[in-house]
Write a protein of this length. Structure first.
Length: 442
């Protein structure tokens, strides 16, 4: 090969054409013969406009001469974040970039002498990215330390598993609720609609008294997204902002709003959170309060064109009604000092869409019968408080919408004697307030 050909090769590799070995040789020979007389000028022009682009009919150089980028190393995509915390247990979740075998190292106080992993049907969970590990047998009212660890699973050869690099997190901590906890604090967001900046804005402005957090857990009461389309959206718009501020130490709850029902990724959403019995509707006790979480579902009819005939929310709400009948008759519900319902679409004061009316039909009479103390909702994007009236015998609080000047943070302080609620607008104005004393139960 001529000296000119050697000098042309780097330019050809960086150029924008794809040619065969034979055509490359013919091209170099042609260029050497025709352009040798003005070598310097030729090379300068080639470097400016890209080799081969001067020749008609040549295809563009794509990846033929370009090195492939180095594969991204395994890392924690997001997490850890706490879910479903009780007096004796908590679920720790995180996402890895690659499939792994993962575990939690933990212990009371400053020690991490225990190790826990997930398993199903005798098989330890491995070769997965979404990690959901529940620690059980914890001591109530105790500080615990933990860290997450993941080892990449490279593949399988018969019965042999090939492992890669192990990564681990810094040490984090949480405190389990006391067995007879007599007070706690919580905050409620609703209708963020893919505006993750709302989380730090409202929490840092109104979620603290001085430098002390005014919450032991956080509720996202529906419509955190517009349409749920991919994992990155779920991570970037909800999980990561929560992890950055509080979720490594304090748990959060996502109730399903009607917009969580929408989008190509909506059916995958439950995998990223921990719900009792894998349902969006459930109940739990925290301190003096029995919480009942209901899923109001979609506000449209099941035959709406947007869902292609793939919705069954009427049947879903009817199933919840049967569950609610059993819940309000349970010992845990009956003995609770206070009863609070979390539901995205309020059965009352939420317009006359089908979902609202069907929630009213299915849940309204039961909630009146249950003598609940408070309902907290969203959906309308119009904040407001609604005193008991002839249709509902309990107060209802509906949070605001996602636009500045209408965003709200609902703060609840529960003690064994009373519930204190404030709804604070993003500018600091208190736009709703209730003090609810403990009632005598008959």
């Amino acid at each position: 090969m001529s000296l000119l050909a050697f000098e042309l090769m780097p330019l050809l590799r960086c150029g924008r054409a794809s040619v065969s070995t034979r055509s490359m040789s013919d091209l170099l020979r042609y260029l050497s013969l025709t352009m040798l007389s003005d070598r310097r000028s030729f090379l300068e022009k080639m470097s400016q406009i890209g080799a081969l682009s001067v020749l008609p009919g040549t295809a563009t150089l794509a990846t033929d001469f370009r090195a492939a980028p180095a594969e991204e190393k395994n890392h924690f995509v997001v997490g850890p974040y706490l879910q479903n915390m009780g007096t004796h247990e908590v679920t720790i979740m995180w996402l890895t970039h690659k499939n792994c075998f993962s575990w939690v190292e933990y212990g009371a106080g400053a020690h991490t002498s225990k190790r826990e992993f997930g398993y199903n049907n005798g098989l330890i969970e491995a070769n997965n990215r979404i990690n959901k590990i529940t620690l059980t047998g914890l001591t109530p009212g105790t500080e615990h330390k933990y860290k997450i660890v993941s080892t990449e699973v490279l593949g399988y050869k018969g019965s042999k598993v090939e492992f890669g690099e192990t990564i681990s997190s810094p040490m984090y901590g949480f405190k389990t609720p006391a067995e007879n906890e007599d007070e706690f604090k919580m905050v409620v967001f609703n209708d963020i609609h893919d505006r993750p900046q709302i989380i730090p804005q409202l929490l840092y402005r109104h979620g603290y008294t001085g430098n002390k957090r005014d919450y032991d857990f956080v509720v996202f009461n529906g419509d955190c997204f517009d349409w749920v389309t991919e994992e990155k959206q779920v991570v970037d718009h909800l999980i990561k902002p929560s992890v950055d501020i509080f979720a490594t130490e304090f748990p959060f709850i996502l109730t399903q709003g009607n917009h969580e029902c929408r989008g190509s990724f909506s059916r995958h959403l439950p995998a990223y959170f921990r719900y009792p019995e894998a349902n969006y509707y459930y109940a739990f006790t925290r301190g003096p309060v029995r919480f009942v979480i209901l899923d109001s579902g979609e506000d449209k009819t099941d035959d709406s064109v947007e869902y292609g005939g793939l919705s069954a929310f009427d049947r879903y709400r009817e199933t919840q009604k049967k569950w609610l009948e059993k819940e309000i008759d349970s010992p845990e519900f009956k003995k609770a000092a206070f009863r609070i319902v979390l539901i995205h679409i309020s059965p009352y004061h939420s317009g006359d869409w089908h979902g609202t009316l069907h929630c009213r039909e299915q849940f309204g009479p039961l909630l009146n019968k249950a003598k609940i103390d408070l309902q907290i909702s969203g959906h309308t994007h119009r904040y407001g408080t609604y005193d008991p009236d002839s249709s509902h015998n309990y107060p209802i609080v509906i949070g605001g919408g996602p636009l500045e000047g209408n965003r709200t943070l609902i703060k609840l302080h529960a003690t064994s004697k009373e519930l204190n609620l404030k709804m604070i607008r993003d500018d600091g104005e208190v736009v709703g307030k209730y003090t609810i004393p403990k009632k005598s139960r008959t």
